[in-house]
Design a protein around this ligand. Structure first.
Ligand code: GLA
Length: 377
């Protein structure tokens, strides 16, 4: 990283930081409803080497980019001013400035092994890497959770994607060997031990290669439906509808909003049940909760796709204890909870089924719960 930085910018960087992607175990589309989520950070991360500049210019280079440098004056940063991948890091510098932390210019060299468009939060990783680097370089009095909120603001207002806060919180606040049980209403949270190998289990990630882009309007549409439903029910957010009151509440909603509300309320309940099981050390019992979560995403929330549905069904048939699509949906990745000795078999079964269906081969890897954003050197 340091050598590459020097090759591009002609001087040594001040430091190197990393921020990971994530998979969410359960609690999908609950974050913008003030609900609960349970993500883990991935070992895959965005790394950034940084050196501050004194002339107010922000220069961004990505090893995964087209070889061109983005060069913009910090003073000119405004929503819409930067396009493409560079809008995420530029947005964070803008959001820091909006919050009163004028960090000035910098040279940034990025290198990432978080697959993009795979529902694994490569964007939040980009944002959080820039946020922690600036916090550390300038000694800003900001906690990791505050950085996550600023990163979310960058994505909402600068990039223009109406995401919740889960991905940024996962990237900034996860700790190794644990899942992050997060209440997205007040950001209260607890690290729940999640060491699958000790239980003889593995988490297989199946990237369906169906590109998922939450900026394309379908995410905004379901989010909007949830907000309308909360309004009809006279609630601050769907989080405020307890599972026990779900059925009578559904009778007060227009038909098209019923399945959305059913998903959010049952999904919040699944998070709470999952956390209780993990606390008891009953990891295998998480499986059926994952599969029920997928059925809800597929049948009620309708954000899955044929490839995800096939991956889930095949994984379970081949011996997974449970499986579900993770992330915003409409493609991206599926996670499967698998007894270690069956991981290979499950991967092969899903790949074979994809070939029969005429889909591209999925990309497979096993995920362990890794560290959140941090300085590397
Ligand atoms: C995307 C968003 C998150 C969250 C998930 C769905 O990843 O960035 O805020 O809403 O979708 O759970």
């Amino acid at each position: 990283m340091r050598d590459e930085f020097e090759r591009v910018f002609g001087a040594a960087p001040t430091g190197v930081w990393a921020a990971p992607g994530r998979v969410n175990l359960i609690g999908e589309h609950t974050d913008y409803n003030d609900g609960f989520v349970l993500p883990i950070a991935l070992p895959h991360a965005v790394k950034v080497a940084v050196a501050p500049r004194t002339d107010g210019r922000l220069r961004l280079y990505s090893a995964q980019g087209d070889g061109r440098l983005t060069d913009v004056a910090v003073a000119d940063l405004a929503p819409g001013a930067v396009a493409g991948w560079a809008s995420y890091p530029a947005g964070v510098v803008w959001a820091l400035g909006e919050a009163g932390h004028r960090v000035g210019g910098a040279d940034l060299y990025f290198d990432s092994d978080v697959p993009t468009g795979a529902g694994l939060s490569s964007s939040a990783a980009l944002e959080c890497a820039v946020a922690v680097a600036n916090r550390d370089l300038h000694g800003l009095p900001l906690s990791n959770a505050e950085l996550a909120k600023l990163a979310q603001r960058a994505e909402n207002e600068f990039v223009g994607v109406p995401c919740g806060v889960m991905d940024q919180m996962a990237s900034a606040c996860c700790t190794g060997g644990a899942a992050l049980f997060l209440d997205t209403r007040d950001l209260s949270r607890r690290q729940v031990p999640f060491r699958l190998a000790e239980q003889g289990l593995e988490l297989l990630v199946i990237d369906t290669r169906v590109k998922h882009d939450i900026g394309d309007g379908s995410y905004a549409a379901v989010r909007n439906g949830c907000e309308r439903a909360a309004e009809v029910l006279g609630l601050p957010a769907l989080r405020d509808l307890p599972a026990a009151e779900l059925e009578p509440a559904l009778t007060r909603l227009p038909a098209e909003l019923v399945p959305l509300v059913r998903h959010v309320v049952t999904e919040n309940d699944r998070v709470l049940r999952a956390v209780a099981l993990l606390d008891q050390g009953d990891f295998a019992a998480l499986g059926p909760i994952l599969t029920a979560g997928h059925a809800s995403l597929r049948d009620d929330f309708r954000v899955s796709c044929a490839e995800s549905d096939l991956a889930v069904a095949e994984a379970v048939t081949a011996g997974a204890l449970g499986a579900r699509q993770t992330g915003g949906g409409f493609g991206g990745s599926v996670i499967a909870l698998v007894p270690q000795e069956l991981t290979e078999q499950v991967g092969k079964a899903v790949t074979a089924a994809f070939r029969v269906a005429g889909y591209s081969d999925p990309a497979l890897f096993t995920a362990t719960a890794a560290e959140g954003a941090r300085r590397l050197g």
